[in-house]
Design a protein around this ligand. Structure first.
Ligand code: FAD
Length: 431
């Protein structure tokens, strides 16, 4: 997660704080004094903030190519979405607890009456139902248990019901409603776009031109646009939705894959490793079949200090953004300063693109290639890095691969004294 503040972060903060700002002095007008007054106020504030954070979290599920750049790319936007959603959940729990604690000094009976009023107090019961729906919808997000991604997505949609119930709870109790309507509209528009409109309006039609095996469970598929194709930069990714009914799994299911072709190439290429049922089925995609492509998203290479040399560290199938960038370098070497590419593969058979990368490196002085095999050398060490790229700590660093590898490399680079501001990462896992 980059530590830099993006323009979108400010927008999110403004949106979350708007209902609180609009509530103004009314928020303070409460019965009681001292601790009771303070607890009641804190209860109100957490409730207002919890609901606005929940609505903004829902609005953040929008996926529009280009918009994600305001937030530092789609993976970062997803991370913010998760963190804000989690904060909303905690605030809402705090809201319930603080209001009941505020009533406790009066009597236990009073506190219970605040929490469990007669059934006629529909807004309070709507609040309870919202909390229950939130727990069910968010539990898998907290990874209480491992769950299949598509099932997780369907369960996550339940949070829309939680939102609706939370509004039924809040709207009758809060007089200043303009901000709530605005946030509700944003959330509703985002969900409607994502679920109903984007599948029709945001996806481009492509045809599978070729499926090239790269290893036992890895292929590169080449896609030809039916009309106008997408325009991408190196390191960006797209959502691929195969419309090949003969697939064993993943038919009409969207999955993210990084573009491995150079920007501007006629065909879009995606290197796909079988990591689950859908990506396994994609290994047998029928040439000539229809696929849809949405994107591009992300901005892996967008942030860099001009003229600074680069170091690319690609692990396993995490080599794909670097393949796209190396192909770009082969076409436009003048766009690049010196790049040292470290390909971290398990063994020679798992270094999928190494022949092509070696060809590019031997033809262009801007690229040097070093392949590191885990099977013979163990995990990458600082000594190995230093031996093959002595100035690695002064370079702009880009890392892509499985989350565990990213964590390991972050530790290694921190120990080596590399400034975190120069490290850019992409994990092939949104969860
Ligand atoms: C930004 C990004 C770029 C990626 N680029 C590549 C690439 O170039 N080549 C490649 O082989 N793989 C890439 N992946 C990983 C690829 O998306 C998953 O392997 C694929 O979606 C797995 O689906 P499955 O049904 O086969 O496996 P499952 O068993 O369903 O999932 C395996 C893992 O993949 C993740 N996943 C599954 N579906 C999705 C989804 N729709 N969105 C986000 N994550 C999902 C889940 O976290 C799960 O842990 C990328 C992932 C991301 C997030």
């Amino acid at each position: 997660m980059p530590r830099k503040i993006e323009p979108g972060d400010i927008l999110l903060a403004v949106l979350v704080l708007t209902p609180l700002a609009m509530a103004g002095p009314r928020l303070w007008e409460l019965p009681g004094d001292g601790a009771i007054w303070l607890l009641s106020l804190a209860g109100r504030v957490t409730g207002v903030l919890g609901l606005s954070a929940l609505l903004v979290t829902a609005a953040m599920c929008v996926r529009l190519p280009g918009l994600d750049r305001w937030f530092g790319g789609l993976p970062r936007l997803w991370l913010l979405h998760r963190r804000l959603g989690f904060s909303a959940f905690l605030l809402i729990l705090g809201h319930v607890l603080l209001l009941s604690f505020a009533a406790l000094p009066l009597s236990l009976e009073q506190a219970l009456r605040v929490l469990f009023p007669p059934l006629a107090h529909a807004p309070i019961w709507a609040g309870w139902l919202a909390l229950a729906a939130l727990i069910v919808a968010l539990a898998p997000t907290f990874q209480v248990s491992a769950i299949h991604y598509q099932r997780w997505k369907r369960q996550h949609l339940l949070s829309a019901a939680a939102l609706l119930l939370a509004l039924l709870h809040a709207l009758p109790l809060i007089p200043e409603r303009a901000a709530w309507w605005l946030l509700s509209l944003l959330a509703l528009a985002a969900i409607a776009w994502r679920k109903l409109l984007a599948p029709v309006l945001a996806r481009r039609e492509y045809r599978v031109a070729q499926v090239t095996p790269l290893a036992a469970d890895v292929v590169e598929i080449s896609l030809a646009p039916k009309h106008q194709g997408i325009v991408h930069s190196a390191g960006q990714f797209v959502y691929l939705t195969p419309q090949d009914p003969s697939l064993d799994a993943g038919y009409a299911e969207e999955h993210p894959f990084t573009v491995s072709s150079a920007p501007g190439a006629g065909e879009l290429k995606l290197g796909i490793k079988a990591l689950g049922d859908a990506s396994l089925a994609l290994q047998t995609l029928t040439p000539g079949s229809r696929v849809q492509v949405e994107g591009p998203y992300g901005q892996f290479f967008a942030r860099r200090a001009a003229q600074r040399k680069q170091l690319w560290l690609g692990g396993g199938i995490g080599i794909t953004p670097f393949v796209g960038a190396a192909r770009h370098l082969a076409e436009r070497p003048d766009h690049f300063t010196h790049v040292a590419l470290f390909y971290l593969a398990n063994r020679p058979a798992r270094a999928y693109y190494h022949e092509e990368l070696e060809r590019i490196a031997s033809a262009h002085e801007q690229l040097s290639l070093c392949i590191h095999y885990f099977s013979c050398c163990g995990p990458l060490s600082e000594a190995f890095l230093r031996e093959h790229c002595p100035d690695f700590a002064e370079r702009e660093l880009y890392i892509c691969g499985p989350p565990a590898m990213l964590e390991y490399l972050h530790g290694l680079l921190a120990t080596a004294g590399v400034d975190r501001a120069f490290i850019h990462t992409e994990a092939f896992d949104f969860l």
